[in-house]
Design a protein around this ligand. Sequence first.
Ligand code: SDX
Length: 430
Amino acid sequence: MAERKAYLDLGNGQPPIELPIYSATMGPDVIDIRSLGKHGVFTYDPGFMSTASCNSSITYIDGDAGILLYRGYPIEQLAEHADFMEVCYLLLNGELPTGSQRHDFDNTLRKVSMVHDQINNFFRGFRRDAHPMASMVGVVGALSAFYHDSFDIADPRHREISAFRMLAKVPTIAAMSYKYNIGQPFVYPQNRLGYVENFMHMMFATPCEEYVANPVLVRALERIFILHADHEQNASTSTVRLAGSSGANPFACIAAGIASLWGPAHGGANEAVLKMLEEIGDVSNIPDVIARAKDKSNPFRLMGFGHRVYKNFDPRANLMRKTCHEVLNELGMQDDRLFKTALELERIALEDPYFIEKKLYPNVDFYSGIVLRAIGIPVNMFTAIFAISRTIGWISQWSEMIADPEQRIGRPRQLYCGAEQREFVPIGKR
Ligand code: SDX
């Protein structure tokens, strides 16, 4: 309930408008502006820099302090001590699972990781060089055509069934997108394998040769999945919420989230980081890149730097940097050219007054791309990996919204700057 009130004086001689203020468990309080419309004014906030679109108890970020909590647990502790199944259970249900709860959750996912065999045919319509995110948007959306038995989104059991199906099938579809790209046959999921190992098996096994994943690489990929699992109301999560607010089925909503994540300013950044590092090539080219990033007339941005919320450091980037060292050491790639370029770019950028003044620190994508490349994941699959990880965040946020009695269909207003009303002119008189 509101404890305090804000007063808005519109300068029109009318009494100030009284607006309730709600307190957060952690972080900024919010001003409830829902009544403003009836006073004939809207707020204006392109990009939602200062706008809370919902209440949520799933994830909390303190951008200045570099804090990221999933259901109250610090990301550093989860990345160190939990596995991805525990994190998925936590995000979806609000509490860490007991041993038996984790076992049942994991077991259920394993049993529904295969896709309907008709799904294989969808890929035949794509060009072989289709970007994996293009096929994922299409195929995940097409799941809506298969699972009519769990479409009653008001039924918590249906929401749970859809959640399990999506969590289990998105990795399978991502691996199918990759196999189709390279002209290899699809590899079916194996119920004997854990979530991350199963994905790697579907990616790298072939009918001609068994694939046994390196446990260091499995743990590194699992850490990437944990670090990218959820992140408050980022662009793709807000897309899922907005799509879901109309009552659209969950598979269509997740497909919308995948589409939004694909953008280079969001989930596409890890792919863009690698392309940027490849273009830089040698560390001697870094000064020119830094100059381009600082040039206001140049649209070039330093991929992997900056964040809407983290203005001191992205705690995930610190953990990813550590994972980077572990993987490159395990693979004997300490002298990896791209990693050395990345470290030099990070060093220079963090000393440059422009980046310090604008608080542009390396974000999670700066290092995750290098780790994924070292694991053997092709660059065009990087955002698909992000999508696999973020599916649990999207589903948890979608489910929280559907269960929220306050939720309404999302329908922002606008500041109209167009023509005033005018009369139609017949074409012969124009
Ligand atoms: C993710 O929202 C999330 O939580 C996202 C994410 C998640 O987990 O869901 O964390 C995942 O998307 C991480 C971000 C990955 N994107 C990139 O690495 C792309 C490069 N970064 C930029 O595009 C940018 O920093 C954003 C999009 C991340 C943040 O943009 P903002 O908050 O809208 O900031 P801005 O664009 O207004 O920039 C502020 C200033 C500007 O200069 P001025 O106009 O004030 O003079 O900083 C400059 C920008 O020009 N700036 C950069 C820069 N990022 C911002 N200059 C050079 N290089 C950059 N990377």
